[in-house]
Design a protein around this ligand. Structure first.
Ligand code: ZN
Length: 499
């Protein structure tokens, strides 16, 4: 595992206000936690490096880059005046240099993971995924993830999957990678039918960007169970369809417990498990820090991501039925995906007769964007009261304790691949699970069932062949018959076909 960061990036901070959620403390608590747990002792630490202007130009226009450089040399009042003309950013005299440093570290971490067939984590700021080719946005100046992906393409990567689990839509990345069929984006984000920032219709399931799959969340409070279900029903099957040679994660921690922006409930174990599921594909993976604002959560989230990258095992998390809004979103994502994507899942969902619930005929996007004459630059974010802070710390600790006490280490799975028995699954009296499957069904079975029952199992998607209709029909009948069995009924694929 490669790791890169640089405490110089702490010098990017707001000068004209006493509080901002995108604070240098975010980076400090993460670095302190990783050091205090000795988690970086075995990591391959990369030297930090600033990107050159030419490297940034792979995504951003030269005029934009020059403009940022010039504004950074002005007085703080002039800088604030500039920030009133663009959406939700701050800047000080260091920002241009540190945005180059943030991008340079992201490029090197990503190329190291790709070339060495390994993993990397870049703890950087300012973040990047809201930045457009010629406009900054949402705390972001240069789009680190898009820049890193484009440089990986230049270094030989044929197909790159970007998984953006930051709670805000990766709308900047969506535009930066537009038209490049060698890069695909899956963005999982709070949406509330367009009533959550950035309130854009392009963050819906249905949009005009062929290489982006959006998973918009229309309710707050989605937890580990929801995110893991999205992984098993959308992310891992897409990964098998697309077969990337590199995965890049826009690794925000603002869907975490206590986060004032996301208001979701993902735990450190949840982030660890999502990381592990991606790693188990054997595809090189580069994680690049984005948002995340509840300091007690993000330090533990980063810790569990690194523990996962270093191969630690975690207890399996209990799962719950989907919320009705997530159920609707998942159905919409699967049924609206392009013909080459999620084919098998789509077929099974159609066969279940539950492709579209009646309420999904109502418009998906109900938001509106209000563009003010001047964007506010002060007192936009409020600090939590000490009572609120303490309440979320207790919630975080309770969830972590519960997992350690109640979680299991996964089922023992015996897998038999045989062309004669196309698919069956049973649990032995010893609690061992036996799965018989044909080779063409195997990747689908792995991504939806095996890796769910035991997230530690590694797999290689390289042998993928599409299952035949007949095989899928058999698979469908067997998984339906398993839905009443308590050992299997919580599997997300079974839930979505029956719920
Ligand atoms: Zn965010």
């Amino acid at each position: 595992m490669f790791f890169v960061s640089d405490e110089k990036m702490l010098d990017h901070c707001i000068r004209w206000d006493s509080y901002h959620i995108e604070s240098p403390d975010r980076m400090t608590v993460i670095l302190d936690r990783l050091k205090s747990c000795d988690l970086l002792d075995n990591a391959n630490i990369l030297p930090s490096r600033s990107a050159s202007v030419e490297e940034i130009e792979i995504v951003h226009t030269r005029d934009y880059i020059d403009q940022i450089k010039t504004i950074c040399t002005k007085s703080i009042d002039e800088i604030e005046d500039y920030c009133k003309t663009v959406e939700d950013v701050y800047m000080n005299e260091n920002t241009y240099d540190l945005a180059l440093l943030s991008a340079g570290c992201s490029i090197d971490a990503t190329l190291s993971a790709f070339k060495e067939k390994s993993s990397s984590f870049a703890v950087v700021r300012p973040p990047g995924h809201h930045a457009f080719p010629s406009v900054p946005c949402g705390f972001c100046w240069f789009n680190n993830v898009a820049i890193a992906a484009k440089h990986a393409r230049s270094s030989g990567a044929q197909r790159i999957l970007i998984v953006d689990w930051d709670v805000h839509a990766g709308q900047g990345t969506q535009e930066c990678i537009q038209g490049d069929n060698g890069i695909k984006l899956i963005s999982i984000h709070r949406f509330e039918h367009g009533n959550f920032w950035p309130n854009l219709e392009q963050s819906s399931v249905d949009h005009k960007f062929p290489n982006t799959i959006n998973v918009p969340l229309n309710s707050i409070g989605e937890d580990d169970s929801s995110f893991i279900s999205i992984f098993h029903l959308v992310v891992l099957p897409t990964l098998i369809d697309y077969q990337p040679d590199l995965i890049i994660v826009s690794c925000g921690f603002d869907a975490a417990i206590g986060d004032p922006e996301g208001e979701m409930k993902v735990s450190p174990h949840g982030y660890g498990r999502m990381t592990r599921l991606l790693m188990n594909t054997g595809i090189p993976i580069s994680l690049i820090l984005e948002g995340g604002y509840f300091l007690p959560s993000i330090s533990r989230d980063a810790e569990f991501v690194v523990r996962a990258l270093q191969g630690e095992t975690f207890p399996i998390l209990p799962t719950t039925p989907f919320s009705s809004t997530l159920n609707e979103t998942l159905r919409r994502v699967i049924s609206s995906s392009s013909p080459s994507t999620l084919q098998s899942i789509k077929y099974l969902l159609e066969k279940s007769g539950k492709t579209r619930e009646p309420n999904t005929t109502s418009p998906e996007y109900k938001g509106s964007r209000i563009v003010p004459d001047q964007y506010p630059t002060r007192e936009i974010y409020q600090e939590k009261t000490p009572e609120e802070h303490a309440r979320f710390v207790i919630e975080l600790e309770d969830v972590m304790k519960r997992y350690e006490e109640e979680g299991t280490k996964g089922s023992k799975i015996k897998l038999t691949i045989s062309e004669e028995s196309q698919f069956s699954i049973k649990e032995t009296v010893e609690g061992e699970i036996e799965i018989f499957t044909s080779s063409s069904l195997h990747p689908l079975v792995h991504s939806t069932i095996i890796s769910y029952l035991n997230p530690e199992t590694s797999f290689s998607p390289s042998f993928f062949t599409s299952p035949s209709t007949q095989q899928l029909d058999i698979f469908f009948e067997v998984i339906l018959s398993l839905s009443s069995h308590s050992s299997f009924s919580h599997i997300p694929l079974i839930r979505i076909l029956t719920q």
